[in-house]
Design a protein around this ligand. Structure first.
Ligand SMILES: Cc1cc2nc3c(=O)[nH]c(=O)nc-3n(C[C@H](O)[C@H](O)[C@H](O)COP(=O)(O)OP(=O)(O)OC[C@H]3O[C@@H](n4cnc5c(N)ncnc54)[C@H](O)[C@@H]3O)c2cc1C
Length: 398
């Protein structure tokens, strides 16, 4: 086993780092309040920021939005390890290197889409021209996703959709819904679901904002009233959507801002070195040093899982249990890091980002609130443990 990157990978890491430093505004990393693992702070900052839009266009020109995709579909034809290296560096500078279409929808189309669908959607996703949002959850279907009630019935070459989605992150800033609907109400719940792509601009789509705990408009509730969608927008086969969406969820759980954890931890540790408690550096407090060391260990462990999943993808293996382990470990780390930040910053921790006294740009305050979302989005921690118990340990369904 060799844990080192090879020469090509090291060169790519340097290239990515140089590119970010050259192209990203110098103050972006400090200005960004993005908390690693949090969902609630992304939409507010990035989807609407023209600087990031321009930066994303440059990434697309290099094929870096879809690094591991084949060149024929606009990718860079590189390995998954190189893709992981890219995302690690990007998140270290608190900028995302992709969104639902590039990281979840596109890879699922690559696996299950027809040739026509691949030709129609993948190149424009790779060029960064279209953004997706995830239309899975409904008011009565979250963990028990197979109980979705949004219906789609056939009408000639189209499907007609009626129903409601909720917790739709960045739906207002995206172009298309990556959506599951019930197409066979008489089949067992898992067997009557279809995955398809729906244009936000379709007649009958209404998007209403929901404000999250951080005070940002990050998610929405979305209503579908007789929305007409061409059948050619179905991913794979009708009624097989449950299977595809399970794979898409694995892709989602692999999107981990590993570098963001490292960066934020470095800043908290640096603060502990500089701040004083009773005239002594905070970093000399035994209890606090232990906690810093503990989180440092957990970040290293998470890195191992992170590289392992990329390594598996490069060998054609599907990181299914590993995706749940990585998601669970890192989202719980997100909360532990926020707790550590609050402890180290003391009274200054709860100051909001607009306060001139807020250390670290107020990120700890926002992160303390935002990290809750990490434990719920993309399947709660309880659901990840259920998956690991069933698929990993072979325990019976509870
Ligand atoms: C910030 C954020 C962003 C999101 N973005 C999106 C999005 O873009 N698109 C989208 O479709 N959805 C999105 N979601 C929704 C998310 O996927 C659901 O909230 C999640 O799947 C949980 O569903 P629920 O909220 O209905 O909770 P429930 O399923 O009602 O769960 C409530 C509690 O019961 C526990 N529980 C439920 N079932 C079990 C079980 N079998 N075993 C043990 N415990 C169980 C859960 O862990 C949880 O603690 C987002 C959620 C958040 C918080």
């Amino acid at each position: 086993m060799d844990f080192r990157f090879n020469e090509q990978e090291l060169a790519f890491q340097r290239e990515v780092e140089d590119f970010i430093k050259r192209e990203l505004p110098a103050d972006w990393t400090e200005r960004s309040i993005y908390w690693p693992g949090g969902y609630g702070t992304l939409a507010e900052l990035e989807e609407v920021d023209p600087i990031i839009e321009q930066f994303t266009r440059k990434l697309a020109e290099k094929g870096w939005l879809t690094i591991s995709w084949p060149k024929e579909y606009g990718g860079a034809g590189r390995s998954h390890i190189e893709q992981a290296i890219f995302h690690e560096r990007m998140s270290y500078y608190r900028v995302r290197g992709g969104e639902v279409a590039t990281l979840i929808g596109g890879p699922t189309i690559l696996h299950f889409g027809s040739d026509e669908m691949k030709k129609e959607w993948l190149p424009k996703i790779a060029r960064g021209e279209v953004r997706f949002w995830l239309a899975y959850s409904e008011p009565n279907a979250g963990s028990d996703l197979a109980s979705i009630q949004t219906r789609a019935v056939e009408d000639g070459d189209d499907l007609i959709i009626n129903g409601q989605k909720i917790w739709s992150t960045a739906a207002h800033a995206a172009h298309y819904a990556w959506m599951i609907v019930r197409t066979d109400p008489d089949a067992p719940p898992h067997k009557g679901i279809t995955l398809l792509i729906v244009d936000n601009k379709s007649l009958g789509v209404t998007i209403r904002p929901l404000t999250n705990i951080c005070g940002f408009h990050s998610f929405n509730e979305v209503f579908f009233d007789n929305v007409r969608v061409p059948k050619k927008n179905i991913v794979g086969e009708k009624n097989k959507g449950w299977y595809y969406v399970m794979v898409a969820l694995d892709f989602e759980r692999l999107v981990i801002p590993m570098g963001g954890f490292k960066r934020t931890f470095e800043e908290i540790a640096q603060y502990a070195r500089e701040a004083k408690l009773n005239g002594r550096p905070l970093s000399q407090e035994p209890l606090l040093r232990n906690k810093l060391a503990q989180i440092a260990i957990e970040i290293e462990v998470a890195y191992m899982f992170f590289w392992q999943t990329a390594w598996m993808l490069d060998r054609g293996l599907v990181p299914n249990i590993e995706a749940s382990v990585l998601k669970l470990v890192t989202t719980e780390l997100s909360q532990k890091l926020a707790n550590l930040g609050m402890q180290v910053l003391g009274h200054y921790g709860p100051l909001e980002r607009n306060s001139k006294w807020a250390p670290l740009g107020g990120r700890v305050c926002t992160g303390y609130l935002d990290c809750i979302s990490a434990l719920v989005g993309a399947g709660t921690s309880e659901i990840q443990r259920n998956i690991i118990a069933m698929r990993g340990l072979g325990l019976p369904r509870s």
